[in-house]
Structure formats: C-alpha cells, structure tokens
Design a protein. Structure first.
Length: 281
C-alpha cells in the first residue's frame, strides 16, 4: 500500500466511520501483471431524505501507481440498507462520473469523489417529477384541515428554475372563493411529499366575490420567506389576475441568493400564469 493510499484510508474512515473503506478479502480481480489492491468503499446514503444507514458498496481497484492513476470502479459489491430498484446501477454510474469529474493526476480523490457523487444525486433528485404521497386521513379536525381527500386541484405548473442549487417551481389553479383556495393548498401539502418537505411554499390569491356586493378577497403567505408573499400578490395585482391561487415552492440549495430570490419566485409564478392561459405571454 502506498503512503498516499494509507493516509486516505485513515481519513475516509475517520470522516464517514470505521469500515467505510476496507481492503477486500477477495483479490481475484487483481491483474497479477499490473499489480494493485482491491478495496470495498461503502458510500454514505444518497437518499433524498438523508435516511440513516449505509448506501451501496463498490469494488475499487487501486493500482500501485495511485494516485498518479485513478482508481478503477469495477462493480457494486452490495446494496445499501435503503436500496431501491435500479439503485445499484445508479450509484455505480454516479460514482464513476464523480471520479471522472474530480480526479487530478497525482492527488488522492476519494473524499472529493464521494462528495461529488452526493451532489450529482441531489441534482438528479431535483430533476425528478414530484412523487405524490398517500393521502392522509381526514382525522377529527385536530390536524388543521390538512387532508388529501377530494378531487385533485387543476394545477398548471411552471418550468422549474434552478440557480445556485436552489430550485423554484410554481403552480396555479382557478378558484371561486377563499375557502376553495385554502382547500387546494391543504390538498397539495397533504398529497405531495416533496412540496411538503420544501424549504418554503409561498402562496397568494385574488378572488372577486360573486353577486352585486363587489367584495374582493386578497391574501398571501410568506411561509418563512420574508416579504415574498406580498411581492407575489403584488405581481398578481400588476398583471390584473383574478380568481386564481398560486403556490411557489422553493427547495433551498445551501447558497443564499439575496434579493435575487424574489425575481426567481415571481418569474416562476409568471410562467405558471402564462401556461395556464391566465395572461398572454
């Protein structure tokens, strides 16, 4: 074992836990002519929800020239605790791509490769369409009305906008009264796991009251994104939009966007309005 590989072995196991990188008991895949050593790398879990437990483990071949030559990722050794269908092939492909992205001849690369694979997995998860969760029971009213029963609201979705790893997605739907608007929002949160787990769900609606009373209803909610709801409502006012509820979901990517986030929130909402035919492009 080279000194560089020995140092990396110690570092990886101290960062991710003992047994993360271990020498394989089976060295049959080693080419006697080329030399090298087989190791088993157990990846941290790449699940979107950071579920506990290890991920897949991979068979890595380090040549005697490592780190002047990159490690060869041969195959999946075993599946992780929370493995899903196709997970083995995905983890293998992700890690091979990660090594290709970070490897620099003469420098050890395993830590950077593991973290790069985690980033690639996060990017891949963001591109997946939202997965509806099972509808929650209506209960006895103590859940604040967060129930997934009733018809699916006729949402129109924007294209997702991603900047500095934060992703914004808007959806809008026609509504006749504030009760229906609130019901649509509750239905969305109850039935869409990814939306419910998002960092912010900014909402706004404008509704003309029926009859001759001329009553109008306008409301908004920042959901922790200070001033975002008011700006979203102002956008609807400027665009002359009525009888619509809009929800802009933000998944925070770890990098602050400053005031730029308000432009992205409104841009996503505007795209949803155009796609729904509420306003002309």
């Amino acid at each position: 074992m080279s000194e560089a590989l020995a140092d990396e072995l110690e570092a990886i196991n101290s960062i991710y836990g003992d047994g993360t990188l271990v020498k394989s008991d089976d060295q049959t895949d080693v080419d006697d002519g080329a030399g090298g050593v087989l190791y088993i790398l157990t990846l941290p879990s790449f699940t979107a929800d950071d579920e506990p437990g290890p991920g897949s483990s991979l068979r890595l071949l380090f040549s005697l020239a490592y780190p002047d030559e990159p490690p060869a990722i041969l195959a999946v050794h075993s599946l992780g605790t929370h493995a899903k269908r196709g997970g083995a092939a995905r983890d293998l492909a992700l890690f091979r791509r990660a090594v290709a992205d970070v490897y620099d001849p003469g420098a050890v690369c395993l830590f950077d490769a593991v973290e790069r694979a985690r980033e690639l997995c996060a990017d891949e998860t963001e591109r997946e369409p939202p997965e509806p969760a099972p509808a929650e029971p209506a209960g006895n009213g103590d859940d604040g009305g967060l129930a997934g029963g009733g018809e699916e609201p006729p949402w129109t979705l924007s294209l997702p906008l991603t900047e500095s790893k934060s992703t914004f997605l808007a959806r809008c739907a026609p509504v006749a009264d504030p009760t229906q608007a609130a019901q649509y929002i509750r239905h969305l949160l109850a039935t869409d796991r990814r939306v419910r787990a998002a960092t912010h769900n900014i909402t706004a609606w404008r509704i003309r009251g029926g009859g001759s009373s001329g009553v109008v209803y306008q409301d908004c909610d920042d959901d922790g994104e200070t001033a975002a709801g008011g700006r979203l409502l102002h956008l609807m006012q400027v665009m002359g939009i009525w009888d619509v509820v809009v929800v802009v979901t933000r998944w925070y990517g770890g990098m602050k966007l400053g005031p730029r986030r308000f432009a992205l929130i409104n841009a996503a909402a505007r795209d949803a309005f155009v796609r729904a035919g509420v306003v002309e492009e």
